[in-house]
Design a protein. Structure first.
Ligand code: GRF
Length: 223
């Protein structure tokens, strides 16, 4: 009963494929995550993620940013729709629009985003290619609370993957995406459990955590 009462109401914003949306839906269906998706909003009518939502009986809406004269006007509409659906936590899942202070101030420390690199390294676009081009030995993904500034905000969880010598952008992207699907539901679960506390630009995680993962990892190996 308690779990049902404390389930978090999500609003999920997408622009495309929606595989992270699917990972969140799957985690809810497995009962790994006590959450309800109140609405999925896409700024593009052709986003496949809308179809995923509908298949699961989740309300899905298209709000095209082009219909609004400014970023702020678009964001005001997002805020209205999200609030009218009693959304507690906003999840950006491949949502390709920058948010203005209108959204960020309406949901302070209540908007999460996922980025396919180990922030603060490689913010912005085409970051898997950038990691390969720079010869990075590791990359990964980051879930963070959205603050004003591009891919800048308190970090909640990260996963690390190796970059292999002959990786294509596609191969590295897939390796990272597989881990995105694992860390996003976990970040939301920590929020739902009331364990995330933001102080001085950092996220502190309350309660017991398994800290036995203290081994270094090397790429290339030491021998
Ligand atoms: C992911 O790589 C995510 O990190 C980035 O956009 C991609 C979205 O994938 N922000 P999907 O739409 O969830 O499949």
């Amino acid at each position: 009963m308690a779990a049902v009462d404390s389930a978090v109401n999500l609003g999920i914003l997408i622009s495309g494929h929606g595989s992270n949306l699917q990972a969140i839906i799957d985690a809810i269906m497995r009962r790994d995550l006590a959450a309800q998706i109140k609405i999925v909003i896409s700024n593009r009518a052709d986003a496949f993620g809308l179809e995923r939502a509908r298949r699961h009986g989740i309300e899905a809406a298209v709000i095209e940013h082009r219909r609004f004269p400014s970023r702020e006007d678009f964001d005001r509409e997002l805020v209205d729709v999200l609030k009218s659906h009693e959304v507690d936590l906003v999840i950006l899942a491949g949502f390709m629009r920058l948010l203005s202070p209108v959204m960020i101030q309406a949901f302070p420390n209540r908007i999460m985003n996922i980025h396919p690199a180990l922030l603060p390294a490689f913010p912005g676009l085409h970051v898997q290619k950038a990691a390969i081009d720079r010869g990075a030995r590791f990359s990964g993904c980051t879930v963070f609370f959205v603050a004003e500034g591009l891919d800048d905000g308190p970090i909640i969880i990260q996963a690390v993957v190796p970059v292999h010598p002959n990786d294509t952008e596609q191969e590295l992207s897939e390796r990272i995406l597989a881990q995105e699907h694992r860390i996003y539901p976990r970040a939301i679960q920590l929020y739902q459990q009331g364990r995330l506390e933001v102080r001085d630009g950092r996220v502190y995680i309350n309660g017991e955590l398994d800290l036995s993962l203290d081994q270094a990892t090397f790429n290339p190996p030491l021998r």
